[in-house]
Ligand binder design. Structure first.
Ligand SMILES: Nc1ncnc2c1ncn2[C@@H]1O[C@H](COP(=O)(O)OP(=O)(O)OP(=O)(O)O)[C@@H](O)[C@H]1O
Ligand SMILES: [Mg+2]
Length: 362
């Protein structure tokens, strides 16, 4: 479902599986993250707008107070609720205000009921009492990121940029951040993406899906693997049907999807979730222009490492002490590698063997 510009789309009658909800939360912290997701989905209304839409109530002493004061809401969303779980009245008013803010108030009553149920279950300490959307609760939350490479160094601006893009409130509230990292072979695309993903992993409590697409021509085998990891036992044979099911399962989840070493847009498109709560990072040698033009991917072109970063990569791969002792040899290697981290790692390996340099932490 496309959120929110009134009049821009046909809305389904039962949007429960499209609007980010609280199902599956086992702790107050997760409930807050879902509230953040709901606000994002509804177009990131400002705190002021939420306060106005939240209205005010009269207290017993005759004074009027805002239901959604900006400072309280801001503190709650940042996880600084005094009692962990925010007050039910605040949650209900927040949900209502988010939906009103994007012209979807007709769903407000149903959505509020959904949050009230979840809030009550949490307040009663009934972990897991919330309607599970995980089809097989016995399965662990998918955490599929491969291990980060040892001795990763440099790329600070790119790591910061990925962080910024992935946190940016969406211009288009219907779609979550989609990032495309491109560059020549061995330049460090996969290493960078995996490094960043590990650093930000905690922001995606519903899981991390990872696929190396270099060996797969089509998307279907990957969707099948993802759906199984998400707890589905029976998966459609038809790619389009499987892709629709995949989007349904991911709707409303705070999930990170890493599509590494992609070769074509055709391979990637069926793996794109439709929910603004999901973040996708794609790495590819080729600049997948269709992903940028049609899907609004944010492109990052990775180029050669600066000499400074190359030196850092080399010293991390070698042995920092050695690298500093023999700066001349290292400088030659940096020039020889031409800013390619892969070349630097290969050169470092030969140096380790030739000169019997003790390995990192060996
Ligand atoms: N920032 C880095 N610090 C240290 N080593 C790195 C760094 N980036 C890449 N490497 C090393 O270079 C090798 C190649 O990197 P990587 O596989 O990420 O390249 P790639 O751009 O994804 O290549 P391909 O196009 O073949 O997928 C990695 O195995 C890793 O050892
Ligand atoms: Mg790669």
């Amino acid at each position: 479902m496309r959120a929110p510009t009134p009049g821009n789309a046909v809305y389904p009658e039962d949007p429960d599986h499209e609007i980010p909800g609280p199902e599956g939360c086992a702790a107050a912290e997760q409930l807050l993250q879902r509230l953040v997701a709901l606000r994002r989905w509804s177009g990131q209304p400002s705190l002021r707008r939420l306060r106005i839409l939240g209205g005010s109530v009269e207290l017993a002493d005759g004074t009027w107070v805002d239901v959604l004061p900006e400072t309280t809401v801001s503190a709650v969303l940042r996880g600084h609720s005094p009692r962990g779980l925010p007050r039910l009245a605040l949650v209900e008013a927040f949900v209502r205000a988010c939906l009103m803010s994007c012209g979807q108030q007709r769903y407000a009553a149903g959505q509020v009921r959904r949050w009230r149920r979840a809030w009550r279950a949490l307040a009663a300490g009934e972990e897991g009492a919330l309607a599970p959307i995980r089809p097989d609760p016995a399965l662990p939350v998918p955490r599929q990121l491969p291990r980060p490479i040892r001795g990763f160094a440099g790329r600070d601006p790119q790591l910061a940029q990925l962080e910024e893009w992935s946190r940016r409130p969406y211009d288009d509230p219907a779609a979550g951040p989609l990032i495309l990292v491109t560059g020549p072979p061995g330049i460090g695309k996969s290493a960078l993406v995996v490094q960043w993903a590990h650093r930000s992993a905690a922001r995606f409590p519903d899981g991390h899906l990872y696929a190396d697409l270099s060996g797969n021509a089509g998307a279907h085998p990957v969707i099948v693997r993802f759906l199984r990891a998400l707890g589905l036992r029976v998966v459609p044979d038809d790619e389009e049907e499987a892709s629709c099911l995949y989007r349904s399962v991911l709707a409303g989840k705070l999930m990170l999807v890493v599509l590494d070493n992609a070769r074509s847009v055709r391979q990637v498109r069926p793996l794109l979730p439709g929910s603004p709560t999901c973040t996708v990072v794609v790495s590819a040698r080729a600049y997948l222009s269709d992903l940028v033009i049609r899907e609004g991917a944010l492109p990052m072109e990775l180029s050669a490492l600066s000499d400074h970063d190359a030196f850092r990569v080399l010293s991390a791969a070698l042995n920092v002490e050695f690298a500093h002792r023999d700066r001349e040899a290292c400088r030659r290697y940096v020039v020889e590698a031409g800013g390619s981290p892969l070349a630097l790692r290969i050169l470092a390996e030969s140096l380790i063997r030739e000169r019997n340099v003790p390995r990192l932490n060996a």
